[in-house]
Design a protein around this ligand. Structure first.
Ligand SMILES: Cc1ncc(COP(=O)(O)O)c(C=O)c1O
Length: 398
């Protein structure tokens, strides 16, 4: 991606906007595959960036889908349902029923005893086979405790229509310690072995979320190749001989996105230079960024060569003192009308902001590949969503 293309994306979509580069995404997936053991499969967590789902589906082996909205997006985009892993702490019964009756080749995670009852009943009522992954908790609200997992396993093994493919385990996000991942993988390996001994159950697969980190901020130092090597060694050291699928979000998508926002005003207060942009924190969220304490990679789309560098604090357009995109960043010759480019904004940034606050527009989204731009979403008003549309219902007041 070069700035000439970013400038054309701005001309096409206006500001603020996101640009996602599919060529960068493809290279990233190839890089990860080259640095992981050959047998490892990849699953893309759609939550990281649904705008990439159609492009990444053929590059990876699975799509992890965590909400009815994500399911609709993937279906609308024509992604192959055989690759869906339908996950999530709340599986809306109607949505799951509709999907299963229409499809059936997707895989469902089991995250609680009641989810298991729901899924089992669906399979038995429809007399259709169903693929299940039992999610083991990593100590939070997601997944099953070991006793519950084993209760589900015991019951499911007696149901010919239920195919318990294996376990799912999500370690967490931004996990920089390969040592901890290795310890966790060794424990999972031992547990899979224990299930073999105690239940004569041999899992076919382990779907594991290693929380591969993204370096968002200037000064972050993280040796990714060393991390991937250590992770690969830990995976190779496992006795488990089934398939291992790594669930990845930010580690795949972060690098392929840029957020562009225009400076619409400037002022000097007590000697400090402030720039106001047409974007803001409702549109751009970096993991670990609190009150702009860190410096993301940000620059001017069109530099001003020879201009004096000054320290700028960049705000968005929300009516809150918290709407700071970056604090005290050196920029040369910044002026109203300039476009700021925020890098590494490919994962989560586009969807994690509080986008309805102040009823401002959602930013446009542009996809780039091989010199072609596609407008994936226009700058979209949100005021309609914040306007009451009233239908009166009288209530019994007694
Ligand atoms: C179950 C599951 N898998 C994978 C991911 C992706 O995580 P990351 O973006 O840290 O790779 C998440 C993120 O929340 C998740 O909940």
């Amino acid at each position: 991606m070069n700035d000439h293309i970013l400038a054309q994306a701005v001309a096409l979509a206006g500001t603020s906007c996101y640009v996602f580069d599919i060529d960068v995404l493809k290279k990233r997936v190839a890089f990860l595959r080259a640095h992981l053991p050959k047998s490892i499969l990849l699953c893309y967590a759609v939550k990281a960036n649904p705008f990439l789902a159609a492009e990444i589906a053929p590059l990876t082996d699975r799509l992890e889908i965590c909400s009815p909205g994500e399911l609709d997006i993937c279906c609308r985009l024509g992604c192959d349902p055989d690759r869906y892993v339908i996950s999530g702490v709340y599986k809306a019964p109607d949505v799951i029923k509709g999907r299963f009756l229409r499809g059936g080749s997707e895989t469902y995670t089991v995250e609680s005893l009641s989810q298991y009852s729901l899924l089992k009943e669906l399979a038995l009522t429809a007399q259709k086979p169903m693929r299940l992954l039992l999610r083991l908790t990593s100590g939070n609200q997601f997944g099953l405790s070991k006793p519950d997992l084993e209760a589900v396993l015991t019951d499911a093994l007696a149901q010919p229509l239920l195919d318990v493919c294996g376990l799912q385990f999500y370690s967490g996000t931004q996990k920089t310690s390969a040592k901890r991942l290795a310890k966790e993988l060794a424990e999972l390996d031992a547990y899979l072995n224990e299930l073999k001994d105690r239940y004569a159950y041999e899992a076919e697969e382990l779907e594991y979320g290693p929380g591969l980190p993204a370096s968002y901020f200037q000064g972050d130092c993280f040796d990714e190749e060393a991390h991937l090597l250590a992770l690969s060694q830990a995976l190779d050291a496992m006795r488990f001989s089934g398939k291992i699928i790594l669930e990845l979000g930010r580690g795949v998508a972060a690098d392929c996105g840029w957020y562009l926002t225009r400076v619409v005003d400037d002022k000097t207060i007590d000697g400090q230079r402030f720039a106001i942009t047409d974007g803001g924190v409702h549109q751009l969220t970096y993991y670990g960024q609190i009150m702009a304490m860190k410096h993301p990679y940000v620059r001017l789309l069109t530099p001003h060569p020879g201009a004096k560098e000054e320290e700028w604090t960049v705000f968005g357009s929300l009516c809150t003192v918290n709407d700071i995109l970056v604090k005290r960043i050196p920029l040369a010759g910044l002026a109203i009308g300039d476009v700021l480019v925020f890098e590494r904004a490919g994962a989560y940034c586009v969807t994690e902001g509080m986008s309805l606050f102040l009823s401002r527009d959602l930013p446009a989204v542009v996809l780039h590949s091989k010199g072609m731009l596609r407008l994936a979403r226009k700058n979209t008003p949100t005021d309609g969503l914040n306007t009451p549309v009233c239908a009166p219902f009288s209530v019994d007041q007694e």
